[in-house]
Design a protein around this ligand. Structure first.
Ligand SMILES: *Cc1c(COP(=O)(O)O)cnc(C)c1O
Length: 363
């Protein structure tokens, strides 16, 4: 394995996974726990798989401090399916739901929700180019729920304090790209969802954490695969779950626990993000960050260079240095460094060194 060449992977998603997790999966691939089969080849009703899914849930409960009156589900369809499933389950006929729009992903959530019922925009920062957290909210006290996106993966804008809904209005969060990146108080939320492939595992599984009283709202006669009640009560085993992806997120949860839990993970993430933002701030305007300083994401750092030509050169030369996935989303342009939990300090330092060298040559 000495010739193993791993990229410094700044991809926005699917993103980097911890090397130890990949090695563990590799070591167990052909013979999972003495079964003589891979975890992909065993029944989802076997005792071996039962241990996989139960341990994944228990480790996540420990990491996030999930109270006992919440269910954890491992679903398919990505965070995108949650954009629709959420209103189908939690917005009663005729009711309206509040949405805070801070970037592309919350905008897409609104678009999907509108197909199924009424939406009220509690705030939007589109006029500011999605570079900040809204200063004030226009909240409907009768809303079915208040939805926000805790980290906008494309615009690099992150909430560090949850918005406060009116009394009795459930708070719902798309936390796909900052899931398990730092501690949160789950008891403030009625529902959280996260596609795993940004910060918690491979694509194919979406984690949904739902408070028990929300399950009571689920209308009768939803198709089973869209019905939180059926899925929660079956322990995500109504049908065949994405078993390999669940196994992988389970390994990532164990890895995060080994780092010292989410407080330690956050500390690392703040160090890494600090290095990249400092390189931007100390560049004298050569690099320009997209988000306002107080809204800067710890996970995704979009930034521009003086010209599109330089941006192309930056991406090409970075690739030669084994720094991969730095091209920004077409809607924002420029570059984006995604520095998820599994991006190590050394990789981040390589990026910062490259940024400084690049500026020296081209600034
Ligand atoms: C990637 C992403 C999504 C979409 O996730 P899929 O799993 O591809 O459906 C939704 N919200 C956020 C914040 C994302 O980063």
């Amino acid at each position: 394995m000495s010739d193993l060449k791993r990229a410094h992977n700044f991809n926005p998603g699917p993103g980097v996974l911890p090397l130890e997790v990949l090695q563990e999966a590799q070591a167990e691939l052909l013979d999972f726990k003495g079964t003589g089969m891979s975890v992909m080849e065993i029944s989802h009703r076997s005792k071996e798989f039962e241990a996989v899914i139960q341990t994944a849930e228990a480790d996540l409960r420990e990491l996030l401090g999930i109270p006992s009156n919440y269910k954890v589900m491992f679903l398919q369809g990505g965070a995108t399916l949650q954009f629709a499933m959420l209103p189908m389950n939690l917005r009663p006929a005729g009711a309206s739901a509040d949405y805070i729009v801070t970037g592309s992903w919350s905008k897409t959530a609104v678009k999907e929700s509108k197909k199924l019922g009424a939406v009220h925009i509690a705030a939007t920062t589109e006029a500011e180019g999605f570079n900040c957290i809204p200063a004030s909210l226009d909240l409907d006290p009768k809303a079915a729920y208040l939805h926000f996106t805790s980290n906008e993966t494309i615009h690099g804008v992150e909430f560090f304090n949850e918005p406060t809904p009116p009394a009795g209005v459930p708070l719902v969060c798309d936390t796909s790209s900052n899931f398990i990146s730092r501690p949160i108080d789950v008891s403030k939320y009625a529902l959280l969802y996260a596609g795993a492939q940004k910060n918690a595992g491979p694509s194919g599984v979406t984690v949904v954490i739902i408070r028990d009283d929300m399950i009571e709202r689920v209308p009768a006669n939803l198709p089973v695969m869209l019905d939180y009640k059926t899925l929660a009560e079956s322990g995500s085993l109504h049908n065949t779950p994405p078993s390999f992806a669940i196994y992988m997120v389970g390994l990532v949860f164990k890895w995060a626990k080994k780092q010292g839990g989410l407080a330690a993970v956050e500390k690392n993430n703040r160090v890494k993000a600090g290095l990249v933002y400092n390189a931007i701030d100390e560049s004298g305007g050569f690099y320009r960050g997209h988000a306002k300083p107080e809204a800067r994401s710890l996970m995704n750092v979009p930034f521009r260079l003086p010209s599109e030509e330089l941006e192309d050169t930056f991406a090409k030369e970075a690739k030669k240095e084994n720094l991969i996935g730095l091209k920004g989303h077409r809607s924002v342009g420029g570059m984006r460094a995604s520095i998820y939990n599994a991006m190590d300090l050394a990789g981040t330092q390589e990026l910062v060194k490259f940024m400084k060298d690049f500026q020296k040559k081209n600034g």
